[in-house]
Design a protein around this ligand. Structure first.
Ligand SMILES: C[S@@+](CC[C@H](N)C(=O)[O-])C[C@H]1O[C@@H](n2cnc3c(N)ncnc32)[C@H](O)[C@@H]1O
Length: 223
């Protein structure tokens, strides 16, 4: 079973007490970096059923959810159907490029999807290109673990056993991004232990012409 099949099968029962609770915690962590009262454009990569977007989609300029699993996007579309500014795209962003009519985005965010990517640094490079000036990237995923989190790594399309802060720092340095924060935003209890979920917050270090960006988002808190 490949990863798309796994998530297509999981889609109808994806929303449960635990996935809702953890996405609420992820959204709260993101909100700290996004002062209220500003309408923004959002890209949610690996959006699943759209749990993460609930506090952001309604008042966004545009909210685009991307996922390979059409079953997940069916649930996403049921959730956000009435809102014209919310769109979904069924594409594999590792293989297909986003149409240039989309973006740039003020916020590019992703929750629990990066560990499914063969080459996460390439996706981060895409995120950088999709980012508006002063935009922010939020990557939320398992903190580095020992491979015991998923019951069937191969069957569930797991490519990485989480990511350390040092890993995000390495990618940031390589891509001309700045890791402005890294924090553990949630814990999942299973297998008689706790797995941390980390959030990396990144922004471009240089503008599109290669000049160092000195000003941080004027609407954002001091980092
Ligand atoms: C663990 S689920 C997380 C869903 C949602 N973000 C949440 O936390 O509830 C990972 C999601 O990433 C999607 N995904 C994995 N690789 C992808 C890719 N290359 N392009 C688009 N979506 C992908 C999967 O289909 C799945 O819906």
């Amino acid at each position: 079973m490949n990863k798309t099949n796994h998530f297509d099968t999981a889609a109808k029962t994806w929303d449960n007490e635990e996935t809702i609770q953890r996405n609420d915690a992820f959204a709260e962590a993101i909100k700290k970096y996004l002062p209220e009262g500003v309408a923004r454009s959002f890209l949610d990569f690996g959006c699943g059923t759209g749990l993460l977007g609930r506090p952001f989609a309604e008042n966004s300029k545009i909210f685009l959810g991307i996922d390979t699993a059409e079953g997940m996007l069916e649930q996403f579309n049921l959730r956000y159907g009435p809102w014209f500014q919310v769109k979904s795209l069924a594409i594999n962003l590792e293989k297909a490029e986003l149409d240039s009519s989309y973006g740039p985005f003020d916020v590019v965010m992703t929750a629990m999807a990066f560990h499914h990517l063969k080459e996460p640094i390439k996706m981060l490079d895409r995120f950088k290109r999709y980012l508006a000036a002063n935009g922010l990237i939020f990557i939320i995923d398992l903190d580095e673990e020992d491979g015991t989190f998923h019951p069937d790594n191969q069957g569930m399309g797991v490519q990485h056993f989480g990511f350390s802060k040092a890993q995000y720092e390495e990618w940031a340095n390589e891509l001309g991004l700045k890791l402005i924060a890294h924090e553990i935003v949630y814990h999942i209890n299973k297998n008689n232990r706790q797995y941390g979920i980390g959030m990396a917050v990144l922004k471009r270090f240089t503008d599109l012409k290669g000049h160092i960006e000195l000003s941080l988002d004027s609407a954002a808190p001091d980092y």
